[in-house]
Design a protein around this ligand. Structure first.
Ligand SMILES: Cc1ncc(COP(=O)(O)O)c(C=O)c1O
Ligand SMILES: N[C@@H](CCSC[C@H](N)C(=O)O)C(=O)O
Length: 405
């Protein structure tokens, strides 16, 4: 496919190596090619680029094919994701759409049975429209994948932790199973929940890692973006072909916003994670069933710790009663009732009513997704304020055995 690529930036960054620790690399953007030594990468808000002659194209000709602001954010993301090539598109779902275009009619996908509702929707759509079957299995048990691996397998799609039940999959073991048995299959990890700061799936054996850049990478809920990192440049080039062919590359302005946002990823995540650990401890101490890989009680605490450098800042918990859960969510003042996560502001939601409502109720039940589940996405506010607000909402909802204070 690469021989028919149009002129465009060859965004492979195999030559860009990390020299410093992650928190330093993430804030250090290489802008050394700027003709005016601009400290911040400029926004090249242009659709087209002039040519020296009819056949003399420069590095860029048209912003759908490539744009310098987009190239900068892609190179920076490739560096922090340990990818040979990174690509940015208009949303996380757009990223998965691009990846699934590598699958041909009749081929198969293996995916988890707890995964983001929109991902489930796209996989269901592919089954109907392209005859691409997805086997949904419990990827927390690595061996459960073995009976489904065949010469039809093209993608194995993992979330770890999963959204919303925060289950963990063994990325190295599953990658080995897949690569040993299906050399043409690609292991794809949706790493949105962790961000490359906490977990880098390409270093763990995966072939492609992707993100909803709408979340931690940008961090402020002021843009939609999708990010794809390919371990091998050749796979990145195939994905680039799809992006240019379909026209879903990220705009110059959103590329700039993403590059600006990602610089603070480490400080945001440190603060959000520290507060989330406190909140998880508090909820568990009140007797709730809490799903969070930072708690010793998490069934895959050790596995997660072997792959990631922290538990992140999203947890979910069960109250045992849908009505109580609704009252808790509606009783908070500081936590916004909102889908999404990874923002500097704290969010509270009921996945079955909101982010995962597109999964039919009977499938949610088959997959044991509790209707009363509450998801908390912890922001950078003062943790004491967050805890106090949560506690008053729990009290109002009658969720605490003995109302405190
Ligand atoms: C885990 C996960 N992956 C992918 C997506 C899709 O991202 P986007 O909303 O940017 O399309 C979302 C949320 O929307 C998500 O939660
Ligand atoms: N109406 C949207 C819902 C988006 S959910 C966003 C996010 N991934 C989350 O988990 O909260 C849709 O139908 O996709």
């Amino acid at each position: 496919m690469t021989d028919i690529l149009p002129s465009s930036p060859a965004a492979s960054v195999t030559s860009v190596t990390r020299r410093y620790r992650f928190a330093t690399e993430v804030v250090t953007v290489d802008n050394s090619d700027d003709p005016h030594n601009a400290a911040s990468v400029p926004i090249y808000q242009t659709a087209t680029f002039k040519q020296k002659g009819a056949t003399a194209t420069g590095e860029y000709d048209y912003s759908r094919s490539g744009n310098p602001t987009r190239t900068h954010v892609e190179n920076h993301l490739a560096k922090i994701m340990s990818a040979e090539r990174a690509l940015v598109v208009t949303s996380g779902m757009g990223a998965l759409d691009v990846i699934t275009r590598l699958v041909k009619t009749g081929e198969e996908i293996i995916a988890g049975d707890d995964l983001y509702g929109g991902t489930n929707r796209l996989l269901s759509f592919l089954a109907k429209s392209q005859n691409v079957k997805t086997h949904h299995i419990d990827t927390t048990k690595s061996d459960s994948i073995l009976p489904y691996l065949s010469d039809k397998t093209r993608l194995v799609l993992l979330e770890s932790p999963t959204n919303p039940l925060i289950k963990i999959s063994d990325i190295p073991t599953i990658s080995k199973y897949v690569h040993d048995r299906c050399p043409n299959a690609l292991v794809v990890v949706d790493n949105t929940m962790m961000s490359p700061y906490l977990q880098r799936p390409l270093e763990l054996g995966a072939d492609i890692s992707y993100h909803s850049g709408t979340k931690y990478l940008s961090g402020h809920h002021d843009l939609m973006a999708g990010v794809i990192g390919a371990k091998k440049a050749s796979v990145g080039d195939e994905l680039y072909y799809v992006i240019n062919a379909t026209g879903c590359g990220l705009s110059p302005f959103d590329s700039w916003l993403l590059l600006r946002g990602v610089k603070t990823l480490a400080v945001r995540m440190d603060k959000q994670q520290a507060s989330c650990i406190r909140i998880a401890d508090y909820l568990e101490a009140q007797g709730f069933k809490v799903h969070f890989p930072g708690l010793r009680s998490h069934p895959q605490y050790d596995l997660h710790a072997s792959m990631a450098s922290g538990p992140g800042a999203v947890l979910s918990f069960e109250t045992g009663d849908t009505g109580i859960s609704e009252r808790i969510v509606e009783g908070t003042k500081l936590w916004s009732i909102s889908v999404s996560f990874g923002c500097v502001n704290s969010l509270i939601s009921m996945p079955c009513r909101m982010s995962h409502a597109s999964i039919p109720a009977h499938i949610r039940a088959e997959r044991s997704l509790p209707e009363d589940l509450i998801r908390l996405c912890v922001g950078i506010e003062d943790a004491d304020d967050l805890l106090e607000d949560l506690e008053q909402a729990l009290n109002i909802a009658g969720a605490l055995p003995t109302p405190s204070k």
